[in-house]
Ligand binder design. Structure first.
Ligand SMILES: Nc1ncnc2c1ncn2[C@@H]1O[C@H](COP(=O)(O)OP(=O)(O)OP(=O)(O)O)[C@@H](O)[C@H]1O
Ligand SMILES: [Mg+2]
Length: 254
């Protein structure tokens, strides 16, 4: 078990709200640590997973696998502070998420968290640069456009700044979403079936981009049904091992 740093809530919030002046898309990324112990998630009478424990470290790229409906997206939402585990302990950067207030959660999501979705989640009727500008955050003004161009270059879309998103192909849109992630520079990247709608070449580029971010220090979690994506990761969390027989409130199996 990893020893986690002891960080007070206030200090943690400050840390989450700041960004280093030297940031650009190729510098080191301060990855998040995640420590999950005996996590359980229920919806009503239904238990998705229980007895779930794992440690994630800066630089890890981890696959989250299991059959449809087993709770992969729900676990990503717990890591993204959009859902709460029903029981167990979840520490992110050493801080118990159960103790975080709404503001601390918002700051974490704004400054430390990056999401990549199967359906890209871009602003469809805005152009590429406008979509990237959403991720600029605390980056100094003079670095913003340079970072965006560097990211677009990386994903193979140089010079596409003014293209309107809805006219781009699915693969191109996911690469814009990847570039947006690179500009944001999150410590924790949560990718929910990011290659689910892509051809092999685009899927490869997305996995490469996520690996690039992990190699810079980001902690990357990828929910996937793809064996190729899972094999490209360092570790696998298989939720089917933590699935529980549905039980009623008295503990009887349903
Ligand atoms: N807010 C909610 N209230 C009730 N049930 C929910 C809620 N969110 C998710 N579920 C249920 O929890 C189960 C797990 O959903 P989830 O989306 O996490 O699965 P998944 O492993 O990501 O599946 P897939 O591989 O199809 O994306 C589903 O049966 C879903 O209907
Ligand atoms: Mg899902």
């Amino acid at each position: 078990m990893t020893t986690m740093p002891s960080v007070s809530g206030a200090a943690q919030t400050e840390e989450h709200s700041s960004r280093h002046a030297s940031d650009d898309i190729s510098g080191p990324l301060p990855g998040c640590t995640v420590q999950a112990t005996d996590l359980c998630k229920t919806f009503g009478k239904r238990t998705l997973w229980r007895g779930l424990g794992f440690d994630l470290h800066a630089g890890d790229m981890v696959a989250l696998v299991g059959p449809s409906g087993c709770g992969k997206s729900t676990l990503l939402n717990c890591l993204g502070l959009l859902e709460r585990p029903s029981s167990g302990t979840l520490l992110i950067d050493g801080l118990d998420v159960a103790s975080m207030n709404g503001r601390a959660k918002r700051l974490f999501r704004k400054n430390r968290l990056g999401y990549l979705f199967q359906d890209y989640a871009l602003i469809d009727n805005a152009n590429v640069m406008d979509n990237l500008s959403v991720a600029w955050g605390g980056l100094p003004r003079k670095r913003r456009v340079a970072a965006a161009h560097e990211a677009l270059e990386y994903v193979g879309l140089p010079g596409r700044d003014t293209d309107v998103v809805y006219r781009m192909s699915g693969g191109e849109q996911q690469r814009v979403a990847l570039a947006r992630l690179m500009v944001k520079r999150p410590g924790l990247v949560l990718a929910d079936e990011p290659t689910g709608a892509l051809d092999k070449a685009n899927a490869h580029m997305v996995v490469d981009g996520l690996r690039h971010m992990a190699s810079q220090g980001a902690t990357v979690v990828i929910a996937t049904h793809s064996d190729a994506v899972a094999q490209a990761c360092d570790h696998t969390i298989d939720l089917s091992a933590n699935q529980a027989q549905a039980r009623d409130e008295s503990g009887e199996e349903l």
